[in-house]
Design a protein around this ligand. Structure first.
Ligand code: RIB
Length: 299
């Protein structure tokens, strides 16, 4: 019997958020809102989103021995995620500098800090969590060799989900393990290069040709596209008032991973995840915007 629906291996950041009327150009200064500091990081966000929905979730991450690290650990525990594998020390907790404009779009610069010290050895030290988890998910804010170590230690009962964010070239060994590879439009274009063209259907086919077992492309207000060698399925989006898109992709990935752990087919899981992602954009912040299952049902 699996102890965890989901093991998230990834980053944890303190999000330093300022609302701006518009982003500064090079050499320019703009004034913004008061600073808000919230728990974030793509890995920590996924773990909180999944746990809040009811998934049995564990997080493998590294934070600094500092106030931001304690804030992140408290947020995980409040959501109900298992933090026994969160490592402490080695560098200050990662920080994300985030601006949010009036349309709800964000720009993010991450200083990885302790995330950059989550090593392949740390991954091997969490072998018991891989044994106990049904789905394992990762992103790319930790060293690539550590994500590769996750893949090398997967067991036959593990399903691996990768959100290729922030995007970078990926080795075939990593791509071959993805079921699915999850990207947004920007990430798809980075992975596919300048010849990508305008058609998400063509992106899905081209991404599948890189080796993943399945692909999910999130398309914001246009929903998502799910594809595997049997074909592609469009997933419609729910129309909502966008307040802040920060962390919506992490909520989508977490919900998808959880529903896959429940045995749902990929299109069904993606439809549920699309609802969760839509809920997440209606409130400010990343983790602060994630619904419980009851709150989602009430929407
Ligand atoms: O995906 C949103 C997240 O990206 C933020 O919480 C920030 O920490 C960066 O990792």
């Amino acid at each position: 019997m699996d102890s965890y629906d989901l093991l998230v291996v990834g980053s944890a950041n303190a999000d330093l958020i300022v609302e701006v009327e518009r982003r500064p150009l090079a050499g320019e200064t703009v004034l913004g809102s008061d600073l808000v500091v919230l728990p974030g990081g793509k890995g920590a966000n996924q773990a909180v989103a999944a746990a809040r929905l009811g998934a049995r979730t564990a997080l493998l991450a590294r934070v600094g021995d500092d106030a931001n690290g304690r804030m992140l650990l408290d947020a995980q525990r409040d959501a109900g995620a298992d933090t026994t594998a969160v490592l402490i020390g080695g560098a200050p907790t990662g920080v994300a500098l985030i601006t949010v404009d009036p349309s709800g779009d964000n720009s993010i610069v991450v200083s990885p800090g302790a995330n950059g010290r989550l090593t392949p050895e740390d991954v091997r030290g969490a072998a018991h969590l891989l044994r106990a988890a049904r789905v394992v998910s990762a992103q790319l804010e930790i060293p690539l060799e550590s994500v590769l170590e996750v893949v090398r230690n997967l067991l036959p009962h593990n399903r691996f989900v990768l959100n290729a964010s922030p995007p970078r070239a990926l080795p075939p060994e990593l791509l071959a393990a993805c079921d699915p590879l999850i990207v947004n439009e920007h990430e798809a274009r980075v992975l596919l290069g300048p010849t990508a063209g305008p058609d998400p259907g063509a992106w899905a086919a081209a991404l599948l040709a890189l080796g993943p077992r399945s692909v999910v492309i999130t398309l914001g207000a246009d929903g998502a596209l799910v594809a595997d060698p049997a074909g592609a399925t469009p997933i419609p989006a729910r129309s909502v008032e966008v307040v802040d898109t920060t962390g919506a992709g992490d909520a989508f990935t977490a919900a998808l991973a959880w529903r896959l752990a429940q045995g749902e087919p990929l299109p069904t899981a993606a439809a549920y995840a699309s609802r969760v992602g839509a809920a997440a954009v209606t409130k400010p912040g990343a983790q602060a915007s994630y619904p419980t299952a009851d709150q989602l049902d009430a929407l």
